[in-house]
Design a protein around this ligand. Structure first.
Ligand code: LLP
Length: 412
């Protein structure tokens, strides 16, 4: 069996195939390769052979992604009642679902507690004593996991290094007592959880392992018989062409070692790692204009409403021209801008690309994670369509929105 490459780079996608998809379905268009999602899931399973892999649905909760992963045997980690509902609809069973209640709105708790009545195998993770109380008030005494605030975090930026943020989880020192208290109150206390942060690179290995150690020490100190330790997600992917892939094996090995003396199952919750490199965003150049010393502006039909990450996190996404006849064009510094009147509506800055022309198709890499999921309708711009590739076929799995979709909820 040929081993799948650790990462799929933007250059590994076939330009003619992507151009055909842009021509057939229009742009902006997300393309998502579900077979690659399945391969990525297998790669995590291979690194963590005995772990339960729960896909963090927030990275991309599209029905096609969820149902493919359910078919592949993954579990799912849900951040809201809506994600729980979508996961169940897509084919996950109650026992596959971990619901992580981060400051959960009352309506979310109502919904998930009601769903758990018929699905007692579902697990709810609480990140505060108050959340445990709110669950008890609703008559819930089912499977309960506690989110630990480990005190340190890591990730691709401050805003996603959640392990260091005290708003998530119960301070590690307080967890053993709270586990025992919840157990005394009749909850079926099954696990502890922490999430170091999102976009972990090889350099973040030690920080992540410190979080795993914290979880191990909490599990050691409690008298409650825990079923699992959930070490969260966060495994990063290389966004820059020169960046090396994340080496999962040493992380997995050190995680196993840290938990080896405990009789608990291991749970991991990757989101990005399963879907990021399975997706590209296709866009068309509408406006070309000189940008002085900065080279050329290419105004495209995707922007911060289509792919929010560059505007929100200053995130880097690789961009490539899909045009076949660029040999006679000079390479120049191209800044790719969207259609929104905000200075942050820049998808890529100063990239070496062939001098752009109106009508050119561009591909933006690693768009499968936190792409369509964070798309929005700001400036009354309908969200793009999503095409899935699966078993050699392509099909629309989310149709392009229209202005009517935007106004459908309004009353005069
Ligand atoms: N588990 C928990 C409890 C989480 O909060 C998250 C992500 C994950 C798992 C999955 O993390 P992943 O494996 O995807 O890194 N919108 C940001 C990422 C925010 C992630 C928040 N939590 C971005 O576009 O980079």
């Amino acid at each position: 069996m040929t081993r799948d490459p650790a990462v799929r780079r933007l250059d590994d996608w076939g330009a003619p195939e992507l151009r055909d998809l842009a021509n057939e379905y229009g742009t902006p268009l997300y393309v998502l390769d579900l077979d690659r999602v399945a391969r990525n899931f297998e790669r995590v399973q291979a690194a963590f052979p005995n772990a339960a892999v729960h896909y963090a649905a927030k990275a991309n909760a599209g029905r096609a992604v969820l149902s493919r992963l359910a078919t592949e045997g993954a579990g799912v980690e849900c951040a809201s009642a809506g994600e729980v509902e979508r996961a169940l609809e897509a084919g996950f069973a109650g026992e596959d679902v971990l619901y992580t209640a981060v400051n959960p709105p009352a309506a979310d708790l109502d919904t998930v507690v009601a769903l758990a009545r018929d699905r007692p195998e579902l697990t709810i993770t609480a990140g505060a004593r108050d959340t445990v109380d709110r669950l008890a008030e609703r008559g819930y005494d089912g499977r309960l996991c506690l989110r630990v605030h480990p005190g340190t975090g890591a990730g691709h930026g401050e805003s996603v290094a959640t392990g260091g943020d005290a708003s998530f989880g119960v301070p590690a020192a307080d967890v053993p007592a709270l586990l025992e208290d919840a157990s005394d109150r009749g909850f079926d206390v099954v696990g502890v959880h922490a999430h170091t942060g999102s976009g972990l690179s090889n350099e973040d290995r030690e920080s992540h392992l410190a979080v795993v150690e914290t979880l191990a020490s909490v599990a050691e100190r409690t008298t409650v018989d825990l079923e699992f330790v959930d070490v969260g997600g966060g495994f990063g992917v290389p966004y820059r062409p020169e960046e090396p892939p994340l080496d999962l094996d040493p992380i997995a090995e050190a995680t196993r070692e840290a938990l080896a003396h405990l009789d608990v199952d291991l749970v991991v919750e990757p989101g990005r790692y399963l879907v990021a490199d399975a997706g590209v965003l296709l866009t068309t150049v509408n406006t070309v204009k000189p940008a002085g010393e900065q080279g050329t502006f290419a105004g495209v039909d995707a922007g911060m409403t289509t792919l929010l990450r560059p505007a929100l996190y200053d995130a880097f996404h690789h961009v490539r021209s899909l045009e076949p006849d660029t040999a006679d064009r000079e390479e120049t510094a191209v800044t790719v801008v969207g259609p929104v009147c905000e200075s942050t509506d820049v998808l890529a800055e100063g990239r070496r690309l062939p001098e752009p022309d109106r009508g050119d198709r561009l591909a933006i890499g690693n768009a499968g994670a936190y792409g369509i999921e964070m798309a929005n309708q700001y400036t009354s711009r309908p969200r793009p369509a999503v095409v899935a590739l699966e078993h050699g076929e392509d099909r629309i799995v989310r149709r392009r929105e229209t202005t009517e979709d935007i106004t459908a909820m309004e009353e005069p």
